[in-house]
Design a protein around this ligand. Sequence first.
Ligand SMILES: [Zn+2]
Length: 393
Amino acid sequence: MTMSPRRFHVATEDEIASGVVTDVYFRHSEAAIRARGADKRVVGEMRAASLPSGWPWAVLAGVEELAHLLEGLPVNVWMPPEGTVFLPGDPVFTVEGDYLAFGRFETSFLGLICQASGIATRAARCRIAAEDRVLLSFGARRMHPAIAPMIERACYIGGCDGVSTILAADVIGIPPSGTMPHALVLMLGNTVEAAWAFHEVVEPDARRIVLIDTLNDEKFETLRVAEALGEILHGVRFDTPGSRRGNLRQIMAEVRWELDLRGFERVKLYASGGLDEDTIPNLNPVCDGYGVGTSLASAPTLNLSFDLVEIEGQPMAKRGKESGAKFVAHCPACGERKIIYWRSAPGRCHCGTEREILNRPLIENGRIVADLPSATEIRSYVLAQLHGRTLTG
Ligand SMILES: [Zn+2]
């Protein structure tokens, strides 16, 4: 097959949907199965034996894209709803069909879930670290622009309050969030002038957050901007470079003090630059919001694997994998959970409550049968599950 010339090194939507983004061994395998007339009805499932960096739990993302990838194929698919918090060992994708109907899509369906779930999980971890402070996704610039909407959608459903790129915000259905770049301050030559110019052109309801580390000391720039803009100013952002950073928390605490002393208690302090779930808690006492970039966009991809677990209705799996398809049964009352054989009844929890199956029908014979909730609905579902969760458990 010849590929058409392209300006950007990305697969088109049609190429992804046609299954051409596949490891070549699947094509060879298909040809061999066809040559022997050996196609069979199978069930396969996706699980993670462990999670990266010792993460104890992860957030399932990429489900909507996966539904569109497999839509129209003669297969049945079950998945927990997008945004479900899952544990190592949990089956998060189950497909039933003739092997030749879906085998070549393995590379793509793993890729959709593994990367988006890694990013959503990192966002959820930053959400926990930031507590109720503002958390914005600023990481599109660290990754190929073709996948910026996927990255920022995963950041948002994982718990970010906003995303910075225009296209991603449009895909999600929210207004984009941002402050101002250093370039604007440099172009206008002074921070207060840049702040006024910004104020005059942005939408009336956009927060006026002024970058105050471009030309001069953070404290004196913040006070100048606060005095010049008055009520208009929502907050200031510290993006202080590493070479000047010293102790960012101390710098921000000093600025907070000076602002409060002059009656600017309502001016918020935002930080960006090299933040993640480990560095955010140290800034929480002095910071009202965070722009997190690299650590979100470059979150580790999950190491989910896909294995056949039933062939022609009989449990059968490779060495090291339990045969038979499995679902997660959980107790809505006490949270107890149990992995069960998919054909067995979920039964009752020790607390007496009927367990519920997390894995729901997503596709029936090629038709999407589950509701595909909006990103905002998925985000609410994630946030509800984060109550009581920590970075370590
Ligand atoms: Zn229970």
